[in-house]
Write a protein that binds this ligand. Structure first.
Ligand code: AMP
Length: 284
């Protein structure tokens, strides 16, 4: 595996790979876990070569968020990726990604405005901007993203369609189902922030979501079901709930009642100082 930190060596590495066939890109912020490695394995299965990016993107963190505290373990991540047969690790310096004078931002309206977009103003502008840059830098045949970040995936798909990024340069965007711990908690780099006590309580999130989904599917009133879900999380020790909503799975429009299309239950909640997100399919 070749590790590159600047654009020129990235371009040389890519032209060698391109001669061999198709390239898949897996963008990450590092502190890799099995969720990330699942994306890498799917990429490996679909493409001739795999490029993984590790970049803790300052643009997607709000002023009071965990940019400085975000785990950075590049040496360990690099070993994991090499063991998975990754061809290129693209780990740009912040100055390579955002050189002096950088002044461009991509905003995807609609789908990025509610849920995490409302709770974290500017977050998805930062995500869209960096992902667009990664697509332009790597020009992969496909890119893989986790359904763990359902809204992020929707924002990226919208941007790719709107900016014609799904033309020959980035042929396809694949969503990969959420990888969970044995007890059901969605894997996340931020789980490392949880104390042992918080980690034990965190399982209430997927459990309460599954209970709510059973109630929705049984035809119980949505508002009452969502209120009970919030109540259950507070009782389990969560400090606050950013949102708990049933949404149209594609547009992410918040629903007041179930509809006859794919739906998703999406929750963001804080346990101590850690913000956890999760989402699950509802209905068909
Ligand atoms: P991150 O490093 O958190 O920015 O995540 C990088 C990519 O891995 C994103 O596409 C995430 O959606 C995906 N990802 C993170 N956690 C999981 C998980 N538990 N299951 C599946 N994909 C995940």
């Amino acid at each position: 595996m070749q590790t590159v930190n600047a654009l020129d060596p990235l371009r040389s590495a890519l032209s060698a790979l391109r001669a061999k066939g198709t390239i898949a890109l897996v963008p990450t912020m590092g502190a890799l876990h099995d969720g990330h490695l699942t994306l890498v394995r799917k990429a490996r299965a679909r493409a001739d070569a795999v490029v993984v990016s590790i970049f803790v993107n300052p643009l997607q963190f709000g002023v009071n968020e965990d940019l400085d505290a975000y785990p950075r373990v590049l040496a360990r991540d690099s070993e994991l990726l090499a063991a998975e047969g990754v061809d290129v690790l693209w780990a740009p310096h912040v100055s390579a990604m955002y050189p002096e004078g950088f002044a461009t931002s991509i905003r995807v309206s609609g789908v990025s405005e509610g849920l995490c977009g409302a709770a974290r103003p500017g977050h998805f502008d930062g995500v869209a901007t960096v992902v667009c840059k990664l697509f332009n830098q790597v020009a992969p045949d496909m890119a893989l993203f986790g359904e763990k970040d359902w809204q992020q995936l929707a924002v990226i798909r919208r941007m790719a369609r709107d900016l014609d990024l799904t033309s020959p340069h980035v042929a396809r965007i694949f969503g990969v189902p959420i990888v969970r711990e044995e007890d059901g908690l969605a894997m996340s780099s931020r789980n490392a922030y949880l104390t042992a006590d918080e980690r034990a309580r965190a399982v209430a999130l997927p459990e309460a979501m599954r209970t709510a989904i059973a109630r929705i599917e049984a035809g119980e009133k949505l508002a009452e079901t969502l209120a009970a879900l919030v109540q259950e999380l507070m009782q389990a020790g969560f400090a606050s709930i950013d949102y708990a909503q049933l949404c149209d799975a594609e547009s992410l429009d918040v629903l007041a009642a179930p509809i006859d299309r794919a739906m998703r239950l999406l929750v963001a909640a804080r346990l101590g100082t850690t913000r956890l997100i999760d989402n699950m399919a509802v209905g068909r």
